[in-house]
Every structure is written in C-alpha cells, then in structure tokens.
Write a protein that binds this ligand. Structure first.
Ligand code: AMP
Length: 404
C-alpha cells in the first residue's frame, strides 16, 4: 500500500514527500480511511508507530475546504513536548498548504498563543490546563470545532488530567468527530471512550507489545554500582543518541551530573527545569549536539528523536506499560533499537511481568571485567574504622524531632 491510496490532495502529498514518508505505517493504513470517512476512531498505538500522521493527514485534508480563520481541529496532548512535536508534524505535512497551527501549553506567556489564535490558526494542539485557562478567559472559541483528538489518553489519565479533559469536553456541546489515541486501554479510558465516542471504529497496532525492532537486555547489578556499570556500558557500546530513564527527577539530575563529571556530554530533562531549560535540553538532544539525555517518564513524554539507538532504564519502570512507553523512543518506524535495563533483586516481580508480556525470557548480561562485588562506599566492612555511635544528648532530642 502507498500514500496515493488515501486520495490526499496534491498539496498534502507534497508535505508527505517533504517529510520523506514513502510507505504508510500500519496504524496509518488502518486509521486514515475511517477518519477520512468522518467516523469516530479509537487508535490503540504506542508512540513510534506513526500515529501522529495517522490523524494529522485526515485533519489537513478535511480542513482544506470549509470555513477558514477559526479553530476547527483540536488535539489535546499530555505534555508541552508532545504538543510541540505534533505541531511540527502538522507544519511539515501541511507545509504546502495554507493551514496554520498553534501550540498551547503552560509555563510560557499567553500573549503569543493569543496572537497565534487571533491570526486564524485552524488547528490547535493544547495541553489541558492552559487550554482551560484560554477557555475561561474567552481567548479561544471551540464553537466551530469539527475534529477533536485526545492523544496519549492513558498518559493523560496517569498525569491526573482526566477532570480537565471532562471540563474541556463540556465546552464542546455541538456534534463533532472524536479520535482517541492511547497505547493502552485502562478501564478509566475505556469508560471515557464509551461516554464520548459515537459508534467508534477501533484500530489497533501491535497491541500493547513493544515494537519488534527493539531488542531487550537486562543487566543485573546492585543499586550502588549502577552508575559505574552505566559508564562501562556507554564506553563499550556503539550508540547514536541514548535516552536514559530514572525513576525520580532527583535521580535524573544526579545521574546526569555524575556522567558530566565523568566527561560525557549529557543533558537532563526533569520536572524542575524552566521552560527555556527544557527547550535547550531538547534542542541539543534533537540536533545531535548532545548524545545522552537523562529523563524521568513524565519529562520524556513525546520525545521524538529518530536517531535514538538505545534506551537505558537506569531504574526498572514501575509497570510494563511504562516500559513500553519508554522503549517506544527507540526502534521507531523500522529502525533498530536496543533497550537495556539495569535491574536489582528488588525488580524480580516486575521482570516476571515483563517476560510474561513479551512471552519470552529476557536475556541477562554481565559485563566482563566489571567488579560486581564492590561494596557500597558507606558499608565498607572495615571494623577498625566503624564510626562510633554518636550519643544523642537529651537537649538535642527536641531539635532532631523538629528537623524531621
Ligand atoms: P509517532 O508515532 O507519530 O510519534 O511517529 C514516530 C516517527 O515516525 C516520527 O518521527 C514520524 O515522523 C515518523 N513517521 C511517521 N509516519 C511515517 C511513515 N509513513 N514513514 C516513515 N516515517 C514515518
């Protein structure tokens, strides 16, 4: 199958060629025809499958005719990065059309967004909180909305955005087409879908399994040796761009600092950064000037860098869903990628769940020459230097409790 089958307007086909797409991905093959017929669609697809173009192409085709200068399509995204990236896909595929899009998210001034809206953007890509701000201020109108896309619905739910989504939906009272994309279908999303979609067509790609182009390897190691092992892995592996995931933002920051001190060009992406810092980190990683990015799950939502050759889980993700999301960053659209996970004894249950999902045992690797027995620095069994137990004096007890 090729893109000609969809009968897209030549100006949109020019955009498809400009982005170098030659063959539609499976989610595009399945989702584009029913969306173009005006049907509501549930798209079960993880990132990296080409799901963005699957809804952007029909939107561009639909918006070519009809009223201009008002918001006719709205994409709700969980994060600003994903919103920016969706806008980039819209701008790329729509580069030979006159359609305009605007990204709306918090952490930056509303003024520029208001100017974008006033200049007649037909497509808005928005994060829920800031979109509600605009709706309450009356700086956006959804009265002409024809197509609503809820992207990465499961993430939106994880991030606590479901009440916001429901508030947004209350502002769109007239009939419209709704598309809901999600990598997984937890019960809350299923319920939302039942409530807001009309006779939807469900298209599903690869169920909730990771892309076949990714190979998975576990590195068993003690917690305190993880950074040392990570450095050895980085030194001994041919990589392009590497995305490292940690469980907490504090740890993302710390691992990035440890790698910088060891001489690697690294940046980190975690919730403590300002919008400018996030943008700078992402730009450096995207343009390849920085090859290693350390991030938390939430901060890394929507990172779309085609040359990510390795995803390294410094910490085992909380759930198999998170694992799929994380490694969805590599092996994108027929590129090969590797997912390496540093695991400790405490991760046994999570590993079992993952092996069940993948329906295969995962390969365990040990690095030749790496000292796996080195004790943690503060538990060195050196009896002569055992720190003497400090006696807590009576007058200190109150102070210690207050400090806790
Ligand atoms: P997504 O799943 O939408 O995040 O897309 C993942 C990546 O695949 C993006 O970099 C897209 O530009 C790229 N992509 C989408 N569709 C195609 C296609 N038909 N051929 C090649 N690359 C594509």
């Amino acid at each position: 199958m090729n893109f000609e089958t969809f009968n897209l307007h030549p100006s949109i086909m020019a955009g498809v060629r400009a982005l170098g797409y030659s063959i539609p991905t499976p989610i595009q093959v399945q989702a584009i025809p029913p969306i173009m017929q005006g049907r509501d669609v549930i798209g079960l697809a993880q990132t990296g499958t080409g799901k963005t173009a699957a809804f952007v192409l029909p939107i561009l085709e639909h918006l070519r005719s009809g009223p201009q200068g008002c918001v006719r399509a709205l994409v709700i995204s969980p994060t600003r990065e994903l919103a920016e990236q969706t806008c980039e896909v819209i701008n790329g595929l729509g580069s030979k059309t006159s359609l305009q899009s605007v990204a709306i998210y918090g952490g930056v001034s509303m003024e520029q967004q208001i100017r974008g809206l006033r200049s007649g953007a037909g497509i808005v890509v928005a994060c829920p909180g800031r979109l509600l701000d605009h709706l309450w201020k009356g700086t956006i109108s959804l009265s002409e909305l024809e197509i609503l896309v809820i992207d990465e619905a499961d993430r939106m739910f994880d991030m606590g955005f479901l009440p916001d989504i429901r508030n947004i939906l209350r502002c769109i009272l007239h009939e419209h087409q709704t598309l809901l994309f999600s990598a997984t279908m937890p019960e809350n999303i299923r319920r939302l879908a039942r409530q807001i979609l009309h006779d939807p067509v469900t298209v599903q790609v690869g169920r909730t399994l990771p892309a076949k182009t990714v190979s998975h390897v576990l590195y068993p190691v003690q917690q305190h040796l993880k950074t040392e092992l990570l450095k050895k892995i980085l030194d001994g592996t041919q990589t392009e761009s590497v995305l490292i995931f940690t469980r907490t933002k504090h740890r993302a920051e710390r691992v990035a600092q440890q790698l910088v001190r060891a001489g690697y060009r690294v940046t980190s992406l975690q919730g403590n950064l300002s919008q400018n810092q996030r943008q700078a980190a992402l730009t450096g990683f995207r343009n390849g000037s920085i090859k290693i990015l350390v991030a938390t799950d939430i901060a890394a939502r929507g990172i779309d860098v085609l040359s990510i050759s390795h995803v390294i889980n410094y910490d085992m993700p909380e759930s198999t869903d998170d694992y799929i999301h994380r490694i969805g960053r590599t092996g994108r659209v027929e590129k090969n990628g590797e997912a390496l996970t540093l695991v400790t004894n405490a991760d046994a249950g999570k590993i079992r769940a993952l092996e069940q999902l993948l329906d295969a045992p995962l390969k365990r690797l040990t690095l030749q020459g790496f000292d796996y027995t080195r004790p943690a620095p503060d538990t060195e069994p050196c009896l002569s230097q055992q720190p003497r137990r400090r006696v807590v004096r009576r007058h200190e007890i109150g102070r210690q409790t207050a400090m806790r």
